[in-house]
Design a protein around this ligand. Structure first.
Ligand code: XIL
Length: 320
């Protein structure tokens, strides 16, 4: 029942255009994707800008292909994501909508997207990154929170539950691996929502880790407190980036430290009863988002560009 997952690179996005879409065109990539994992998460293809590019047009082609691939290979799918401040289409962010219109746009989107895959997606990241690091709701950059207020969070969970009563519905964020202001904010909000009967089922830590900042040693303790609220927990986007030396090639010590971070993250999840989903954010450096988003850092995944295995890969295998 334990799920080991990866993000599926679907082309475009942080990858230079015109870049072939790895999921469709890189055969060794697909073989490893099918063989090594029993869960997949579309890295981008269920985000608004891809799946809902115009107000009255959805584009399900890539999302459909990933879900079909997962079914052929008996893999679970994590849906990502429904309410977020980032990667929204211009028509939405720049549109001149009333509050009532925005609310019905979100409702329609959730009913349509979640409804389309009902029964085929095990976990949905319903609300992604709604708090900042200080634990305040992102009321400035999140269009939904800014225009509709915090009540929209409960609505999003209710709509998703209506559209797929079987899916486990999650809060998902980064920098919530430790007990800190941000994870406290999720803890308090979740308690409130559960008391109100809102269908929130899970809390997940993305776990975009960096050897610069050290390992979040209280990860297990933090997951455990959400577990004790009765929630499922998950690791959803693990990668471990590092400062690359001049040569571009990490040292043996760096790779050992990275392996240790991967291993301890998996151990923390395995130690918590309700943590049965552990996803890495891509399995090869070839398509990793890290070098594009974090200058000077990279080598964050478990395989090199040519798919050979790093110490981190072996550390995960040995821990399972
Ligand atoms: C990243 C993708 O990996 C990139 O391809 C894209 O350009 C930007 O988003 N938190 C999330 C993920 O929830 O959706 C992000 O994925 C990484 C941070």
């Amino acid at each position: 029942g334990f799920h080991i997952g990866t993000a599926v690179a679907g082309g475009g996005h942080h990858l230079e255009q015109p870049y072939p879409d790895p999921f469709t065109s890189d055969r060794p990539y697909r073989r490893i994707l099918a063989r090594e994992f029993n869960s997949v998460s579309p890295e981008n293809q269920m985000k608004w800008e891809y799946i809902h590019p115009e107000r009255h047009r959805y584009d399900f082609a890539m999302a459909d292909a990933i879900v079909a691939f997962a079914e052929r290979n008996r893999q679970a799918v994590r849906g990502h994501t429904l309410l977020w401040h980032s990667q929204n289409p211009a028509w939405l962010e720049e549109g001149d909508f009333s509050a009532a219109e925005l609310r019905s746009i979100l409702r329609e989107h959730i009913m349509t997207v979640v409804g389309r895959y009902a029964g085929r997606i095990q976990q949905w990241d319903v609300a992604n990154e709604i708090f900042d690091d200080a634990g305040n709701l992102r009321t400035e950059d999140n269009i939904w929170l800014r225009e509709l207020g915090p009540g929209i969070i409960a609505d999003a969970f209710r709509w998703a539950h209506q559209a797929d009563p079987k899916a486990e519905l999650f809060f998902n964020d980064y920098n919530v691996e430790s007990v800190n202001a941000k994870s406290d904010a999720y803890y308090e909000l979740t308690k409130q929502l559960l008391a109100q009967g809102v269908p929130v089922h899970g809390f997940s830590a993305q776990a975009h880790l960096s050897t610069r900042y050290g390992f979040p040693g209280d990860l297990e303790q933090n997951l455990r407190r959400f577990d004790e609220l009765g929630l499922a927990t998950a690791i959803t986007e693990l990668d471990v980036r590092m400062d690359l030396p001049e040569s571009g090639t990490p040292t043996a010590e760096q790779l050992a430290q990275q392996a240790d971070y991967y291993q301890r993250t998996l151990e923390a999840c395995l130690a918590v009863e309700g943590c049965d989903s552990f996803t890495i954010w891509g399995f090869t450096d070839k398509y990793s988002w890290v070098p594009v988003f974090f200058e000077g850092q990279g080598a964050a995944t478990v395989m090199w560009d040519d798919f050979t295995r790093k110490p981190a890969y072996h550390a995960l295998r040995e821990t399972l």
